[in-house]
Design a protein around this ligand. Structure first.
Ligand SMILES: NC(=O)c1ccc[n+]([C@@H]2O[C@H](COP(=O)([O-])OP(=O)(O)OC[C@H]3O[C@@H](n4cnc5c(N)ncnc54)[C@H](OP(=O)(O)O)[C@@H]3O)[C@@H](O)[C@H]2O)c1
Length: 241
């Protein structure tokens, strides 16, 4: 697990950059993916500047197509509705038997704030599943975590449950990555078809952030009195992951 390479596609943006910092801080090998090589390198430089205050660990930058070719796990952090065309464009490049994790939340503006968009396939993750190569396993995660908190390494302990949907093996690996970020707890969300559930929660969080100016918000499953480690152990014992 520790030797796995993580790519964050669109890791130049808000959520992706935060994931890059957190995984690198935890000692994982991380690549910032971008559509443009020079942007990937520039943002890798930005990330390394931040990281240098906390650790000797460093990240690299590549175009998305190169990044998915070497990554064991790729996180897709591009805005809806560019997720499908992005994955289609990378289809021939994914490393065999790698894992693709969607963080994509389909939302649109109304005069009362954001509302969910439910695609025909049921969720952004299922839209991606339709076009992603069959030899790539899929999961979805991080829909309900705020980018500001993830990016802020001064925030030592976050406060959020991360619902992870997808194929068993993919979920197991993603859960172990979620656990690396202090204060995040991985929650089994069932199969990828269930990804609509965490996806539709996000507009409520964002609408509160915007209207109440609260800073990043998250979700917690209450009365589930287990730590991240305990939950992963239980999920493994029960054959969930
Ligand atoms: N922000 C959050 O707090 C948050 C929380 C949970 C989930 N999410 C989800 O995470 C995803 C990323 O959100 P974000 O706020 O980080 O987005 P963002 O900062 O607006 O964009 C992320 C990156 O996507 C790439 N991108 C932009 N337009 C694109 C296009 N037309 N085609 C392909 N790539 C494009 C860009 O990378 P390059 O220009 O380098 O290619 C950009 O840096 C979204 O689907 C969002 O719903 C966000």
């Amino acid at each position: 697990m520790e030797n796995e390479t993580i790519a964050v596609l669109g890791g130049t943006g808000d959520l992706g950059f935060g994931l890059v910092l957190r995984f690198a801080l935890a000692g994982r090998r991380v690549i910032i993916g971008s559509r443009r090589h020079e942007k990937a390198l520039r943002r890798a430089g930005d990330a390394n500047k931040v990281l240098s205050r906390y650790t000797d660990n460093r990240v690299s930058g590549m175009v998305n197509s190169e990044a998915v070719g070497v990554a064991d796990i790729s996180f897709l952090t591009v805005p809806y509705p560019y997720h499908v065309e992005t994955v289609k464009g990378l289809n021939r490049n994914f490393k065999d038997k790698s894992i693709l994790v969607s963080t994509v939340v389909p939302m649109e503006k109304t005069d009362q704030g954001l509302k969910p968009v439910i695609p025909l396939e049921g969720s952004a993750a299922m839209e991606i599943r339709r076009v992603a190569p069959k030899n790539v396993k899929m999961a979805s995660a991080f829909h309900n975590v705020g980018a500001n908190d993830i990016q802020n390494l001064e925030k030592k302990e976050l406060n959020c449950d991360v619902i992870i949907c997808g194929e068993r093996e993919a979920k197991r690996k993603v859960m172990k990555l979620v656990k690396l970020i202090p204060g995040l707890r991985p929650i089994d969300g069932g199969p990828l078809e269930n990804s609509v559930i965490p996806e539709v929660l996000t507009p409520i969080l964002v609408n509160h952030v915007v209207k109440l100016k609260t800073g990043s918000l998250g979700i917690r499953i209450t009365n589930l009195n287990y730590s991240a480690d305990e939950l992963i152990k239980i999920y493994m014992e029960k054959g969930v992951i």
